[in-house]
Design a protein around this ligand. Sequence first.
Ligand code: GRF
Length: 215
Amino acid sequence: MSLTNISVLISGSGTNLQALLDAQERGDMPEASFKLVISNAAGAFGLERANKAGVETKVISSKDTSFLLKVLRESETELIVLAGYLPILPRAVTDEFCGKILNIHPSLIPSFCGKGYYGIKTHQAVIDAGVKITGATAHFVDAGVDTGMILIQEAVSVKWDDTPQSLQRRVLAAEHRILVAAVKAFTENRVVISENHCYIEDEMDLLVNMEGAFL
Ligand code: GRF
């Protein structure tokens, strides 16, 4: 089986990117080939992570759709991973790469998602709402915002004394685990799509991390 060419899009610290690179380094993703890391922000620390791992990087404005598409085509990208990428992908990209774009979101979609729900704001909203369970979602990207088919989720309990920062730390750890599982499954052709939902063969599609929960 030939390797899957992957381009990872970032905007910031790149801890999700790092989780992917570490997994490959450990030999956990033998079918993945990380060809490119593209950031819309020149100062994104994730670019340094990519350089350290020997992965080519590019800074492309989120407005420059034609150049983004040119770069994705020339690198023969077969999977796009949005790993903390903040801009909304243009329709031209989501159409051309339909079924080949994965995103990681810091909540259990369809809760706390869509316009305005990103980064620490998501966790603040979770705490303000008083919910007891949150988590992370890895999903396919369609033309909407956080509306594509859900592939895998991990639930994280909300502790009574959580701050947005303490909650973000636990959810981020869950993001790293399920993003690696989602990308690995895609590169190994273990994603099963039936009608309007999908799942991963040989994998639980709901993981539960009840650290701190009152069991
Ligand atoms: C994470 O919360 C991720 O879910 C969101 O962007 C944040 C930063 O991710 N999409 P990273 O550390 O840059 O990977």
